[in-house]
Design a protein around this ligand. Structure first.
Ligand code: EPZ
Length: 424
């Protein structure tokens, strides 16, 4: 167990290279199951979630290894079709192997992922929509088992543009007989990445990135290579760290098209952003103005930047109202922020953020991945030192976060908690 020690108050300035997108690479790794050969993924972030997904693939019988900067996944041998609770409970995105296993073998037995600190995270949309392709599901002892002697294309309308359900539908339907149409599909960048990767494998996916995706089934798929694009959520996180410290930073690799609504919102607070030939540059020289914002499925404001935006607005001039529309309880960490002197109250899906001039450093603990990043942003802008505990949450989705922040001038260090003296 490690924790961060942060000395707040430094303006963050300079350039930092954003790593490959966590929420893309995990799906590409799962989709590699559909090919009978060697998959090569590059620009893969070395984060805990990638290592867990690698263990899931190994449990199924694939070989997975980093060769220099390339992740090689060999799925040429016949794979097992059971994903155990031990691995799925460690990372709910393991559930994304359901679609590819059904697509390649017509069978999958996957432990049901539980809820997490941000919500119940049900999988009913996955189950209902895959059943439309002819999958017969049964549930026993915490496992969902799907059997499909033959997958048949169908028109599916998702109640909600679920990313996971869209992804499992894509990977199950690429070798179905006939055509599948997914209406109200998720539109996030990782959906576009997955479709592009599947098409490189020989699939025929059209319309990814829009609400209607059409998949023409093919006989077989071949393994392929792919470069994982820059992580939009990491880029947004760093943008807010720079702005919270009134700094000026360049996010190398970041793509403005992934973050349009977010960039509009920070502009409304008085921040400046420009596209450079390497990425996005953000800066602010005054105290930010307050702003209201709501989270929505892409292309709306990403829920995965809610916590970080609240940390930024905690010291804005005025009162901001945030509305979380995707998950039912993504405000757990606000109590920690208020211990740093923030003045935030939660009313249902809304957070009322009354801006104060300065946060004060103290000991806090991360409650989930993005909350941990948000507390780090708050500590960087606070007066005096902070300790951030339970940072294993942060290590799940951010590669070398403290190194990168130090590159921008942050005074942050990682302390290994080996002795009882450090117990939080
Ligand atoms: C993905 O989770 C991301 N994870 C999450 O990022 C992100 O917050 C979320 O999408 C929303 O954008 C990965 O990509 C690995 P959903 P996912 O299916 O696919 C409800 C992070 O910090 N729902 O779009 O699980 C669900 O309860 C993580 O990187 C159902 O009701 O999200 C939630 O309220 C956190 N039934 C909403 O839809 C279902 O069958 C969004 O879920 C499926 C989902």
């Amino acid at each position: 167990m490690d924790h961060f020690i942060v000395e707040g108050g430094n303006r963050l300035e300079g350039s930092v290279t954003i790593s490959g997108a966590k929420n893309s690479v995990l799906k590409l790794m799962a989709a590699s199951i559909l090919g009978r050969g060697m998959t090569h993924l590059s620009n893969v972030p070395r984060i805990a979630d990638v290592f867990i997904m690698a263990d899931v693939l190994r449990e199924l019988g694939a070989t997975v290894e980093f060769k220099d900067d390339v992740l090689e996944i060999d799925t040429s041998s016949e794979l097992r079709t059971v994903a155990s609770y031990e691995l799925v409970r460690r990372m709910r995105a393991s559930f994304n192997v359901l679609g590819p296993l059904l697509g390649r073998y017509g069978h999958a037995r996957v432990a049901l992922p539980g809820g997490c600190n941000i919500g119940m995270r049900p999988v009913d949309l996955h189950e209902r929509s895959l059943a439309s392709l002819g999958v017969a599901f049964s549930f026993d002892h915490g496992y969902l088992e799907g059997v499909a002697p033959e997958l048949t294309g169908s028109r599916i309308v998702l109640d909600f543009p679920s990313r996971g359900a869209t992804e499992n539908l894509l990977t199950a339907s690429v070798m179905a007989r006939g055509t599948t149409v997914i209406e109200n599909a998720a539109r996030e960048p990782d959906i576009i990445d997955l479709a592009e990767f599947l098409n490189r494998m020989g699939a025929r996916v059209h319309g990814a990135g829009t609400s209607t995706i059409e998949v023409e089934g093919v006989e077989e798929l071949n393994s392929a290579s792919y470069v994982v694009p820059s992580d939009p959520i990491e880029a947004g996180t760093f943008a807010l760290a720079v702005l919270a410290t009134r700094g000026d930073g360049e996010l190398v690799g970041a793509r403005p098209g992934d973050l349009e609504v977010f960039l509009n919102k920070i502009t409304q607070t008085g921040a400046l952003w420009t596209e450079t030939d390497r990425g996005i540059r953000v800066s602010i020289s005054t105290r930010p103005r307050s702003v209201d914002f709501v989270t929505l499925p892409h292309p709306g404001f990403p829920t995965d930047l809610l916590a970080q935006m609240i940390s930024y607005l905690a010291t804005a001039d005025g009162t901001s109202i945030a509305t979380e529309n995707i998950f039912e309880s993504r405000y757990m960490y606000v109590a920690e922020l208020n211990r740093m002197g923030a003045d935030i109250s939660i009313e249902g899906h809304h957070a009322v953020i009354r801006g104060i001039p300065k946060l004060q450093g103290t000991q806090v603990r991360a409650t989930d991945l993005r909350a941990g990043a948000a507390l780090l942003i708050a500590a960087l802008s606070a007066d005096g030192p902070s300790e951030i505990h339970d940072i294993h949450h942060i290590d799940r989705g951010y590669e070398d976060l403290d190194d990168k922040l130090r590159q921008l001038g942050a005074r942050v260090s990682r302390i290994s908690e080996t002795s009882p003296a450090f117990l939080p």
